[in-house]
Design a binder for this molecule. Structure first.
Ligand code: SF4
Length: 351
């Protein structure tokens, strides 16, 4: 797939856009004023494979907590500021690595300009993040409603205000809870700008629905080469957002981090307890950072062939499994020992 050409920005040491790997973002659910809880969650997010996290800065007390968080954060941080440009100024002065502003929620044009001047001085980027639910009245009236064109226009209009004042390190996002709306809005942006795009389906819901909707919206765009950084929004522990984001990238071969599990749905040929094994292997693979493909298949008739590209795999028989690699059988193992043997092989490949 041909990736859309975009400008490269840096959020701390994480490159976004250009040829940089597509990064996975999340947002803390902790109270930013609670430094210990925020740092604990940041470490959990980092462990799960998060590249960048965002913190809400709703008041001065939250802004005042930023220096202590930044001093120990394992991830570069984006401050999310609505309404009050003075909070954005405090966040930038505290040393955040990026800002996110929602133009629909900013009342002071002069405030945005002042924030941009300071962000430029400090060398940090700004994400102009438009949500379908918070478009300004004037944009809604101009487009006759909340439309993909209106969302793209709002993002570009705010970006233009920043560029007119000499600020160009801009990332754009246009998010909606409807994946089709978000896909269309991003396509409009992609055709009109070379700024990097942050993709997300907002208010996507609880994990089951939310991961599906996010995968459809984010996946459709990434598959057509659009998108530089992603966030899966879930009503859940943000660690799940990161795992889902990583899984989306893995499914499109857009990351070389983390193992992929291939497992069959089982059928009348299966004579082993495959589902329990697949779940156990999946949990084990969460800790594997190399881009391995591991297969857990229900039968030896079709399993090795269907998972031909797996680096290592097992295919069930009657009380035993065949061990295979790249479609070739390399051994046999009893069902009672299959997990340990598979782990042994994975560790060997992962060494
Ligand atoms: S790999 Fe074998 S057991 Fe699994 S679904 Fe295919 S035929 Fe059935």
């Amino acid at each position: 797939m041909n990736r859309r050409k975009t400008k490269t920005l840096y959020v701390g040491d994480v490159a976004v856009g250009g040829d940089a790997p597509i990064s996975v973002q999340s947002m803390n659910t902790t109270d930013t004023r609670d430094v210990a809880a925020t740092l604990l969650q940041l470490n959990q997010l980092k462990e799960a494979g998060c590249d960048i996290s965002r913190l809400a800065v709703p008041d001065q007390e939250a802004a005042d907590a930023l220096p202590a968080i930044l001093a120990a954060s394992p991830l570069p941080l984006v401050a999310d500021v609505h309404f009050d440009y003075r909070l954005a100024i405090s966040a930038v002065k505290a040393g955040v690595q990026a800002l996110r502003i929602n133009p629909g929620n900013w009342r002071s044009r002069d405030g945005i300009i002042e924030v941009a001047r300071l962000a430029k001085e400090r060398g940090i980027p700004i994400r102009v993040g438009v949500n379908s639910g918070s478009l300004s009245r004037s944009v809604i009236d101009r487009f006759g409603g909340v439309t993909p064109e209106a969302m793209a226009f709002s993002a570009l209009e705010s970006a233009a205000l920043l560029t007119e004042h000499g600020f160009t390190d801009i990332c754009l996002s246009v998010k909606a809870s409807d994946p089709l709306m978000m896909i269309e809005a991003n396509r409009h942006l992609a055709s009109q700008s070379d700024l990097p795009l942050h993709l997300g389906v907002t208010e996507a819901g609880t994990p089951y629905e939310g991961i599906i909707r996010s995968s459809v919206g984010i996946g459709a765009l990434l598959a057509s080469g659009i998108g530089d950084t992603i966030r899966v929004s879930l009503t859940a522990d943000p660690v799940q957002e990161v795992k889902a984001g990583r899984a989306i990238l893995k499914s499109l071969n857009l990351t070389n981090r983390g193992a992929i599990l291939i497992s069959c749905p089982t059928c009348g040929r299966t004579q082993v307890g495959l589902m329990a094994l697949a779940e156990r292997v999946e949990r084990y693979l969460e800790g594997v950072r190399r881009p391995l493909k591991v297969a857990v298949m229900g039968c030896a008739v079709n399993g090795p062939g269907e998972a031909r590209d797996a680096d290592i795999g097992v295919a069930g028989g009657d009380g035993e499994y065949l061990l295979f690699s790249k479609g070739a059988i390399i051994g046999k193992v009893a069902e009672t020992e299959v997990f340990e043997r598979l782990v042994e092989e994975i560790e060997r490949l992962n060494a």
